[in-house]
Design a protein around this ligand. Sequence first.
Ligand code: AMP
Length: 192
Amino acid sequence: MNLILFGPPGAGKGTQAKVLQEEGGLIQLSTGDMLRASVAAGSDLGKRCKAIMDRGDLVTDDIVVGIIAERLDQPDCANGVVFDGFPRTIAQAEALDKMLATRGASIAAVIELKVEDEALVGRVAQRSLETGGTRGDDTPETLRKRLEVYRKNTAPLLDFYRAQGKLTSVDGMAPIPEVSGAIRRILKDLKG
Ligand code: AMP
């Protein structure tokens, strides 16, 4: 089963994707993590993306669609993946539908983590403390930019997936185990 965890920066997508990976055997595919690994490795791709990421903009659709397509072909993804931070534009969502269709797969559900803006600011500040500021984009200024980009480019995907009948929302303000519980119930319903 392939899922998308959806929500603004700091909503808890990464945290819940890890729970789904540990409990459900789904593979977490975080384009943010993959891009940060490229930056850390100093690869050409990383060099092209670093400044864009640091200022809170989106890297090009071609880049992220390319890295997801490559990763999806690895055998561990065959049993299902949870997309975390991808897709972030309509073009990415359309490319994802196509690449899954050519592999005989599809998105089973899109789970939106609903979190108020004020809480996001606090959570990202907390993450910055916990990671010792290793994420250059976890500053209040860059978060503002990332939220703006989220609203403009990414939030329209909610309608895209609602129209496909795939969107469900959970209260992302609840404590982590409760959010995990709500997601577990959605998956149980999906499996019937
Ligand atoms: P994240 O860890 O998901 O918050 O992503 C960190 C940064 O990586 C974003 O602010 C973007 O610059 C870049 N990024 C991650 N995923 C995508 C995506 N699907 N499309 C474009 N840029 C992305």
